[in-house]
Every structure is written in C-alpha cells, then in structure tokens.
Design a protein around this ligand. Structure first.
Ligand code: DGY
Length: 316
C-alpha cells in the first residue's frame, strides 16, 4: 500500500463506518452539503482526489474539484451523482451493488404483505386499545394468494424478489428492456403490457430519463380496481400526483411505497390515505447491510488508489 496521503471529500451526511474506514487511510475534508464547497479554499479543493457521498454530487461540485479521480457513492442507486459530468472528466463513479440485494428483497415481501393485509393499521388498532373496545380489526379485503404479480425491473434485486415470491403460490411475470435467458417467468416487452396482464406491480428500477414518470395514469389504470402498486426502486419513476389520484378514486386498490418523488417530503395527500403502506426509504436499512455498503464504498476508494481499478464502477 502506498504511504502517500490522499484527500477525500465527504459532502454531507455519510454512514459513520465510511468515515471510520476512510480515516485509516486518507485525509478527510467534510462539508455540510455539495453546495458548501464554495467555502473551501482553492488549495483544499485542488488537493481533493476522491469523494465519498450518500446523496447529491452535482456537476457544480465536480467542476469545483480539478483533481478529482473517483467518487464512491453509497447505495446501489447513484442517481444523485452526475455521472455524465464525471465521465466527461474521466472520473470513475462507484456504487454498492449486491450487498443489499437480500435486504431490499426481504423488505419488498414485507411491504407487499403489509399493503395487502394492512398489518401496520392492525397493530395501531391494537395499540390504541380499539380491539377490546370496538371488536376485531376489519377483515383485510385482499390476500397474496393467487395474485398475478408483475416485476418492473428484473435485475439482481428484482430476481431476488421473484425467487422469494415463488413459494407464495402467485403468478409471476416481468418487464425489463430485454428478456432474461436464465428465467422462466413470462416476459412482457412493455410496462403497459405488463400492467395489463397483472393485478400487482412491483417496481424496482433505477431513476433514469427512461424510467422517470413511467408508472403513469395509464399504467395505473391498466392495473385495475383490484390493482396494487409496490415501489422499492426510486420515487421519480412514478407520476406521484397520478398515483395519489388513482388511490383516492379507486382506480387502483392500494400501494406500498418505500420511495418518493421528493424525499424526505411525503405529500399530505398520500399520508392521509388509508389504502397505502408507507416506509421512509428503509429497504436496505439494517445494521449489517448498511455496514456492508459502507465497507464497499471504502474498499472501492482504497482499491482505486492502490491499483487504479475500482471494485464496482458504474457504467458511464
Ligand atoms: C439504494 O441503495 O439505492 C437504496 O435505495 C438504499 O435503500
């Protein structure tokens, strides 16, 4: 390992283990947010060779760091990082794939069951003393058995979700840009086609210009009045106002969401609805999984500066 000290910038909040791991090897410069880079001296900015980020890393920050070589992004989704601006400067961006697949897939099954069977509302009912006072919690109108489930995005996490669903006696189909040769689930070549064929849509796609707003009023309508939408990918992939309307007027029956269009803001109209199960973007949020993600951020930066090769670079 080279003994040269290298400066790493951390713009904003980061998992403490990333900081602890990086401190062993690098000098750290921490600022409150990407925008706070303006407060750094030119000498400090010029010394920054790498960055570790959980969230926004815009082009303006890339421009402010003339010798930046690598950005380690925390999370499998890296939509907060301006990858185009990084690639234009030859800067490598890394993410944390695979180490969170099981956790996110497990959360998806829990969120699906919560949405169908209303377990969070049932627990609130018990805790509020209503069981004894008012009688049994109302029967949930929906059940998982026999559902026709469509998975929007059969990547590594989508496949884990599909495999977990098999023993639940549901019908599984999927849509991705091209069919996978290693699965026997039915393939639909469009999201709308998938939505027409199923009553439950699970979305696990990244935020890209192609996926932005792709779950729109037409897709929701295709799911039908018994339809359920689960989103564990990115909030921007849904037309959120259209979803709220669809839930309000019964175009679909229910939704389970871990992600939102403008996090951490969640519209009051959504919170007011009873036919939604809402989580605060916690699909990967267990201590072991977040530690593994933190280690992968640090290991990517260390590998880059040791060997010039990152472990998990994202495509340009
Ligand atoms: C990710 O890693 O992108 C997930 O959204 C974190 O839960």
């Amino acid at each position: 390992m080279s003994s040269e000290r290298i400066t790493i910038l951390i713009p904003g909040r980061i998992h403490p283990r990333v900081r602890a791991r990086l401190t062993e090897r690098f000098d750290l410069v921490e600022i409150d947010s990407a925008d706070a880079v303006v407060a750094l001296t030119e000498e400090t900015r010029s010394g920054v060779r790498g960055a570790a980020v959980s969230g926004r890393f815009p082009a303006s920050l890339i421009e402010a760091l003339p010798h930046l070589q690598v950005i380690g992004s925390f999370g499998v989704g890296y939509d907060g990082v301006d990858v185009k601006a990084a690639a234009a400067r030859g800067i490598v961006v890394t993410n944390t794939p695979d180490v969170l697949n099981d956790e996110v897939a497990d959360t998806t099954i829990a969120l699906l069951l919560n949405t169908l069977r209303q377990f969070p509302a049932a627990e609130s009912y018990l805790r509020a003393g209503r069981w004894a006072a008012e009688g049994p919690f109302p029967l949930s109108p929906m059940s998982l058995k026999g559902r026709r489930i469509g998975i929007h995005g059969l990547g590594r996490i989508g496949l884990e979700i599909a495999e977990r669903l098999v023993p639940f006696k549901v019908d599984i189909s999927y849509h991705t840009r091209s069919p996978r040769s290693d699965v026997s689930f039915a393939y639909h070549d469009s999201l709308l086609g998938l939505a027409r064929a199923v009553d439950t849509l699970i979305s696990i796609v990244p935020a890209t210009p192609q996926t932005k707003g792709s779950i729109n009023a037409e897709v929701l309508e295709a799911l039908g009045p018994d339809g359920v939408l689960i989103n564990v990918g990115r909030g921007s992939t849904i037309d959120q106002p259209a979803l709220i309307r669809a839930l309000q007027d019964g175009t679909i029956a229910a939704a389970g969401l871990d992600v939102y269009a403008d996090e951490p803001q969640v519209p009051d109209d959504l919170i007011a609805l009873k036919n939604v199960s809402l989580l605060p973007h916690v699909a990967s949020a267990s201590v072991p999984t977040r530690n593994a993600m933190a280690d992968l951020v640090a290991n990517n930066l260390i590998a880059w500066f040791d060997s010039g090769k990152a472990l998990t670079p994202v495509p340009e």
